[in-house]
Design a protein around this ligand. Structure first.
Ligand code: NAD
Length: 362
């Protein structure tokens, strides 16, 4: 087994170092090889996704990714910006299924902006299609408007498109995931307005017939955004397209109190996956040693579960994270009165200690 480690920019290297520390203590057998990505790769090699980094990613069973981006690259041409590395990896590796759990840990219910009773025990899995939709659809561009009331004016356009097989494969991912959970899928679309969404809804309904044990319901995206803050525990698995998923997964993330707690997995048909925290590179706190490494540590747990077939090791990481929260240890983003504020490294050390303690106890 081989893991490509791409720390990236901002807090990326700090949080990935903690996840590697945790993986090391599990004493599993795999090779680890690091490579630059994002702004760091642009600075070193003139491209956010150098050929050697892509080659390593392709040859690996899993990729542990930190985060990319910094405001200082905002003036670069679009194809050279750090974020293009992620889009490139998704495209070249065919990572079409993005799994983002939003779990509200018992100890952190007060950190949510919602009332504790609304989020206590919350456990949603957002399944976002990642390689299609308006983010990749062609044609796109700028031109002089050819018709309409503003003919001749400068206009920009993007294309939202989905094909039946693209929708079918993400539907199967969602239904399979629901089978291992509470057997409830909510498909989110905008079928009252968009053709793409009507096809999405039709295909979800058809695929759903193969999963008689799973309940399927459909919701328009505006209603889903509302229900997520009104009655979030209604949801089990939410499956949606690239753009709606982008927005709803961030909304779901905030229900849990801190984006610093949320892992994610992006998988292809062969179960090769890219694992990264749901947050960005947080340039505002980079280098200060205060970033929360738990989302990245939990991403490493997802990596063990989904790509490296080490479910037991994944369980050990997840219960160690629960244990450090129960001890009252908190990084600044989740800190509250009565808990102990720790930095990035101390949080990583505490997870390592919790794993070692459980191992010693047998
Ligand atoms: P962000 O997620 O980086 O930060 C948003 C806020 O959350 C900031 O206040 C930050 O300090 C805080 N935060 C994020 N992660 C944290 C952690 N682990 N611990 C504690 N606090 C944390 O989003 P942004 O500020 O909108 O974007 C910053 C850069 O990240 C941009 O260049 C953006 O393009 C990039 N970005 C990258 C990814 C990715 O690599 N997958 C995702 C989103 C944004």
């Amino acid at each position: 087994m081989k893991i490509a480690v791409l720390p990236g920019d901002g807090i990326g290297p700090e949080i990935v170092a903690e996840a590697l520390k945790v993986l090391k203590v599990l004493d599993l057998k795999f090779d680890v090889e690091a490579a630059p990505v994002g702004g760091a790769a642009y600075d070193a090699h003139g491209h956010p996704l150098p050929e050697a980094t892509l080659k390593l990613a392709k040859a690996s069973d899993a990729i542990l990714f930190g985060a990319v981006g910094d405001w200082k690259y905002d003036k670069l041409e679009r194809h050279l910006r750090p974020e293009q590395a992620l889009l490139g990896l998704r495209k070249h590796l065919g990572l079409f299924a993005n799994l983002r759990p939003a779990i509200c840990y018992e100890q952190l219910t007060h950190a949510s902006s919602l009332k504790p009773e609304l989020v206590a025990g919350l456990d949603i899995l957002i399944v976002r299609e990642l390689t299609g939709d308006i983010y990749f659809g062609q044609p796109r561009g700028r031109r002089s408007s050819p018709d309409g009331a503003f003919a001749g004016a400068e206009e920009a356009f993007d294309t939202m498109r989905y094909s039946r097989p693209e929708i079918e494969r993400i539907a199967h991912v969602a239904f399979d995931a629901a089978r291992k959970r509470n057997k409830h899928v909510t498909s989110v679309d905008k079928a009252n307005v968009l053709e793409t969404s009507q096809l999405w809804k039709d295909v979800l309904t058809e695929v759903g017939k193969q999963y008689a044990d799973v309940t399927l319901d459909h919701m328009y995206v505006d209603n889903a955004a509302m229900q997520l803050v009104k009655n979030p525990k209604f949801f089990d698995v939410v499956v949606t397209g690239n753009m709606f998923g982008d927005i709803l997964s961030d909304e779901a993330a905030m229900l849990t109190g801190s984006i610093g707690m949320l892992p994610s997995a992006s998988l292809n048909a062969g179960k090769q996956g890219l694992y990264e925290p749901s947050h960005g590179s947080a340039p505002d706190i980079a280098g200060k040693g205060v970033a929360n490494p738990l989302a990245t540590i939990l991403s490493a747990a997802m990596m063990l579960r989904y790509s490296l077939q080490q479910a037991e090791a994944a369980d050990r990481i997840e219960s160690a994270v629960q244990s450090v929260l129960a001890q009252g240890l908190r990084t600044a983003d989740i800190h509250s009165e009565g808990t102990t504020k720790v930095g990035t490294r101390a949080m990583g050390d505490a997870v390592v200690a919790a794993i070692t303690k459980k191992t010693t106890k047998g």
